[in-house]
Design a binder for this molecule. Structure first.
Ligand code: ADP
Length: 319
């Protein structure tokens, strides 16, 4: 294989740039030409791509987002759209593609593989919701951003004796809430994987006041319900002074952490090696501190479960 391309697609996350940089430099070291596709699958269909040299990926390892841009493309969901995309790669002699993205992007990548192009995926999403990998690129940076917010909200919650609700991202999974909640010492963590009753939450908050807690931090995963609605409910049922912070897209940005830069670099190197070895339709994941190959079909076909042990520990520590 003499020419490969790299693309970032779907939701952006910190560490995508570190992954692109590593793909380019590892491939160049093997004498392989690398193309960068702009703006996700939309750019692939439009033929918006350029050759990347080593200097073109300088000064990006520390930046969040993706310098290639990303996008969502409805046209790519059609066979016709994907055929156009593959034709654009073939016209340039590109035989292999590295896709960095989340569940949707990897699902699209799998379909692209059916059209003859060799594909290796990298899990890039802050949500940590991809099966087959312990961590996704971007997750560590996002939980550190949430942790920083919790630390600050704790200061003001403590000063006023308030209930502070923090709504965090994660789509329909609770990894961000659970991890940042445990690390931030939250009293209550609400995740979609664990049913709860609003009435019980109110009871728990009143009991902890009775036991001497001066204030409370509650972390709510967006998939578990609206923080604003729950805040109103708590205020009206308990009379406790309650404030809500919806962290939103701030969780997507920022300089990637050490962990995310290392993860992105290691996964990217393994991805290039796999592609040059003739592998296809695989995602490179990280399990038990090692890079592993997983069939993309399995990565997108299975649901990643929450770590129940972590949840149990968070409950014990919040007493
Ligand atoms: P993420 O990769 O972050 O999960 P999306 O779910 O928005 O983001 O997916 C990104 C893009 O991947 C979509 O805009 C679309 O072009 C492509 N994609 C997603 N799902 C499919 C699918 N079922 N078939 C083909 N392409 C898909």
């Amino acid at each position: 294989m003499k020419k490969i391309a790299v693309i970032t697609s779907g939701g952006d996350c910190p560490g995508m740039n570190a992954a692109i940089r590593a793909v380019v430099r590892v491939a160049l070291a093997q004498g392989v030409e690398v193309w960068g596709i702009r703006n996700g699958y939309a750019g692939m269909i439009a033929g918006d791509m350029t050759i990347l040299d080593s200097r073109s990926v300088g000064d990006i390892i520390q930046k969040g987002g993706t310098f290639l841009g990303t996008a969502r493309s409805e046209e790519f969901k059609t066979l016709n759209g994907r055929q156009k995309a593959v034709a654009n790669l073939e016209a340039r002699g590109i035989e292999g593609l590295i896709v960095i993205g989340g569940d949707g992007s990897l699902t699209g990548a799998r379909l692209l593989g059916e059209l003859g192009i060799k594909i290796v995926g990298l899990p890039g999403t802050i949500d940590n919701d991809i099966w087959g990998t312990d961590y996704t690129i971007g997750f560590d940076t996002a939980v550190n951003t949430v942790l920083d917010a919790i630390n600050k909200l704790r200061d003001t919650a403590s000063a006023h004796g308030r209930v502070m609700l923090v709504e965090v991202m994660g789509r329909n999974c609770g990894w961000i809430a659970l991890t940042a909640g445990l690390a931030g010492g939250a009293e209550i963590i609400l995740i979609p994987e664990q049913p709860f009753s609003q009435e019980d939450i109110c009871k728990q908050l009143l009991e902890s006041r009775a036991k001497g807690k001066q204030y409370s931090i509650v972390v709510v995963a967006e998939g578990a319900g609206s923080g604003i609605d729950l805040g109103q409910y708590i205020r009206s049922r308990t009379g406790l002074e309650t404030r809500v912070s919806v962290l939103g897209h701030i969780q997507r940005g920022g300089a990637p952490t050490v962990s995310d830069r290392l993860l992105a670099s290691r996964l990217a190197e393994t991805a290039v090696t796999a592609l040059l070895d003739g592998k296809t339709d695989v995602m490179i994941g990280y399990r038990n501190n090692q890079c592993v190959e997983i069939a993309i079909a399995d990565a997108v076909g299975n649901k990643k479960e929450i770590d129940r042990e972590l949840y149990r520990l968070a409950e014990v520590l919040s007493q």
